[in-house]
Write a protein that binds this ligand. Structure first.
Ligand code: SF4
Length: 274
């Protein structure tokens, strides 16, 4: 079966994820990649990401995702996202803390393009939100999101939690609705017990059976899911590595499809991660 046919028939998810980098200005308690300012950057250069995007489109994939690390620490990220959006629709994950006036001006051209910025916000109380992320994280996000929305940039809110009661969820939703982000652009996902979350004993265990298969490319290889290329004790996890070969993209794409086809019936992923 071709990759295009597998995507069209729902056998293979249509999105290809790329890890642009692993470093971050924050060091969240539940971070899958043990990201922090001084960690190994493991960058995928913009030229490589554009090449992967084009190959993904030509193979029949339908969407791109960019994640990290903090993606906007990559100097060319606004222009890179604009370029990727000419290839396929793209979602980029960001902690939302770097959007000063200069960066806001550089992302403004993303308005009207098929680009969504997915910004993390875990709790409607600033203190609780910032406990696992960083001081003033809430305030920075609460400032950035309305500014982005005002400029016409599509924003999604991602809430990563161990549990969420109804009242807290309602307060979170009231917040993002007030900022102009509709309910359909609010995703809630569990903490996954990999990386720093595993060190602290947080979250749900997730291996290949639980994680949706989505082709994920990093500087060091191709992985089963965007939750797979994690880092523990400073070392990259390789339990969910598919192949070290990332280009041509047809190599990891077919390798992932073979793994999916080899799963026994009823073994589709059970964890609603995205
Ligand atoms: S969870 Fe995201 S924002 Fe937090 S340290 Fe990791 S990459 Fe950075």
């Amino acid at each position: 079966m071709s990759i295009g046919a597998a995507v069209a028939h729902g056998r293979l998810p249509g999105r290809v994820w790329m890890y642009s980098n692993y470093h971050c200005n924050l060091a969240c308690t539940y971070c899958l990649t043990e990201s922090a300012p001084a960690v190994a950057r493991r960058e995928l250069p913009p030229t490589a990401m554009i090449e992967i995007g084009r190959q993904a489109r030509d193979l029949g994939f339908t969407d791109l995702g960019v994640t990290g690390g903090e993606t906007f620490l990559m100097p060319a990220m606004p222009e890179l996202l604009a370029e990727l959006a000419t290839i396929l629709p793209v979602v980029a994950l960001t902690n939302g803390t770097l959007f000063n006036h200069r960066l806001l001006a550089r992302v403004e051209p993303l308005a009207g393009l098929p680009v969504a910025l997915q910004i993390s916000l875990d709790h409607p109380d600033p203190e609780t939100n910032d406990e696992m992320r960083a001081p003033r994280n809430f305030r920075k996000v609460a400032t950035a999101v309305p500014e982005l929305v005002r400029r016409g940039v599509t924003v999604r809110i991602a809430t990563t939690v161990e549990s969420l009661d109804k009242t807290t969820l309602e307060r979170l939703c009231t917040l993002h609705r007030g900022w102009g982000v509709p309910d359909c652009d609010h995703v809630i996902r569990p903490i996954v017990r990999r990386g720093r979350a595993a060190t602290y004993g947080l979250g749900v265990r997730a291996g290949q059976p639980e994680l949706p298969a989505e082709l994920t490319i990093t500087a060091e290889g191709a992985f089963w899911s965007p939750f797979a290329p994690t880092v523990r004790d400073g070392k990259p996890d390789t339990d969910l590595l598919i192949t070290r070969t990332t280009r041509p993209l047809s190599v990891p794409a077919h390798a992932l499809l073979r793994l999916i086809e080899a799963r026994p019936p009823g073994e589709d992923s059970t964890l609603n991660i995205r």
